[in-house]
Design a binder for this molecule. Structure first.
Ligand code: ACO
Length: 436
């Protein structure tokens, strides 16, 4: 059967046949729809990209209504159960799970790139004692662009691969340094004998002991958290990564931009906000009153709702399971009771049912991170470490896609038509805008 869309333009009575491929029409096919030869042609208007595919991607598949998430075809549940984070990062970046020798080589390469240049360390030392770790991370990742100027040759696959290894290797080091900085502790150099999460924990928490040994259950839980956060198709920060990368900016600068997008409270910053919210609620019996305020539109229930998942975020289900493993070691985080009560009441409430609002990944991740000893300001930094693999996979796919060009949306101009210029001495103040 031929796949096409018949459009009849009531302005001109002309009709057009627009091909449909993969459930989409090409926005550029609308341009032929004109009222006159000098008409610009029809555009589509889609603020916040609610219904616009910006790329063809083979990395992550999400079916929001069914709560499905797969990386390169593998269900997230299977990957979280059977793989390490670096194995998943390889899968996301290169398309297939690594063989044993490939994994060994990959882990060796990432481990080799964990060190920061001493000048980068000094750069970090220059931040104020109370600087937000996410601001430090964003700036330091951008600063790496000055350390590796060859990174700007984004069309060279070998150079690209080297920067990918550098970024994945250095991200935990930068993250750990931001944490130590906020506590006033000396930075701890990476230990190449340790695995990815074990080494990260070493750089975070080693004090005077000759060797830090991470609790294996906590290292395993952190690895699972990293897998769950590794990619999430065209989310706000991935879109920024592609958009900034499309100008051929180097991957350090594009990753810094993506991390900046992640820091916002509606995106990765939500897990920090969830903890603030649970603190504000304070006790289980205060939950109903808080929910009433949310329903009255006073604020949003942080960690609830998702642009794509309208059933359940599958990552939240795995996180609930991981939380129990962590609490066996750390003791139960009392915030969990408030969170569970919030979830219980919200899921029975007509307001949330009607709007299909369910807990998202951020609802539980913060509670786990806090039980592990992290301050809320670190939560988004912890999100950025694994998401770097996803950003780089999205960036690489974009660079290699012959259909992609510099990203540049159109606009519907709603400003003034041409105006007569008024000299300064003849201008009168415009009336103040009326407050709603
Ligand atoms: N609490 C209360 N009401 C909500 C919430 C919430 N968390 N989320 C959405 N709604 C309501 C909206 O007010 C709106 O109601 P209305 O139809 O009466 O106007 C309706 O549900 C639809 O919401 P939108 O804002 O249109 O949904 P959108 O897809 O644009 O937003 C988002 C998704 C940003 C995640 C939103 O649900 C939100 O702000 N959640 C809280 C922040 C959060 O947890 N972010 C993390 C997202 S996951 C991630 O980035 C890792």
């Amino acid at each position: 059967m031929k796949e096409g869309l018949l459009i009849s333009d009531q302005r001109t009575q002309a009709s057009y046949e627009i091909p449909i491929q993969d459930g989409t029409i090409r926005a550029m096919d609308l341009r032929q729809i004109k009222t006159a030869p000098d008409d610009f042609g029809l555009m589509s208007y889609d603020p916040a990209f609610m219904n616009t595919a910006s790329c063809r991607s083979a990395i992550t598949f999400i079916e929001g209504d069914k709560g499905i998430l797969r990386y390169r075809g593998y269900p997230i549940e299977t990957l979280a159960e059977k793989c390490s984070f670096l194995e998943v990062a390889y899968l996301i970046l290169f398309g297939d799970l690594p063989t044993e020798p490939q994994l060994k080589e990959w882990v060796g390469q990432i481990t080799h790139h964990t060190m920061l240049h001493e000048t980068t360390k000094k750069f970090l030392e220059g931040f104020r004692y109370d600087a937000h770790p996410m601001g430090m991370l964003v700036s330091t990742v951008a600063a790496l662009s000055t350390v590796y100027p060859e990174a700007r040759h984004v069309q060279d696959p070998e150079i690209r691969r080297l920067q990918i290894m550098r970024l994945i290797g250095k991200m935990p080091t930068i993250a750990a340094y931001t944490y130590r900085h906020s506590l006033g502790y000396p930075y701890v150099y990476p230990d190449n004998e340790l695995g990815y999460t074990g080494n990260f924990m070493n750089m975070l928490w080693k004090m005077a002991e000759p060797r830090y040994t991470a609790n294996p259950a906590l290292a395993c839980a952190l690895d699972i958290l990293f897998i769950l956060h590794a990619d999430h198709e065209q989310n706000c920060s991935a879109n920024v990564m592609r958009s900034v990368g499309s100008s051929r900016a180097d991957p350090f600068l594009a990753t810094a931009a993506a991390a900046a997008a992640l820091s916002g409270p509606l995106h990765g910053g939500a897990n920090e906000e969830v903890l603030k919210m649970l603190d504000e609620i304070g006790a289980k019996d205060k939950v109903p009153a808080y929910i009433e305020k949310v329903k009255a539109g006073q604020f949003k229930l942080m960690g609830f709702g998702h642009r794509i998942y309208k059933n359940y975020d599958p990552r939240a289900r795995i996180l609930k399971w991981a939380a129990d493993r962590v609490f066996e070691v750390t003791g139960r985080n009392p915030k969990l009771d408030i969170a569970l009560e919030l979830e219980r009441i919200a899921l029975e409430d007509e307001y949330f049912i009607k709007r299909k609002l369910y807990p998202n990944v951020d609802f539980y991740s913060g509670i786990i991170y806090q039980a592990m000893g992290f301050k809320p300001e670190m939560f988004t930094v912890l999100f950025a470490i694994p998401r770097t693999a996803g950003w780089l996979a999205q960036w690489q796919e974009m660079v290699e896609d012959p259909e992609q060009k510099i990203a540049r949306p159109r606009q519907v101009y709603i400003g003034h038509a041409v105006r007569d210029f008024v000299p300064l001495e003849k201008r009168s103040a415009a009336p103040a805008p009326v407050k709603a």
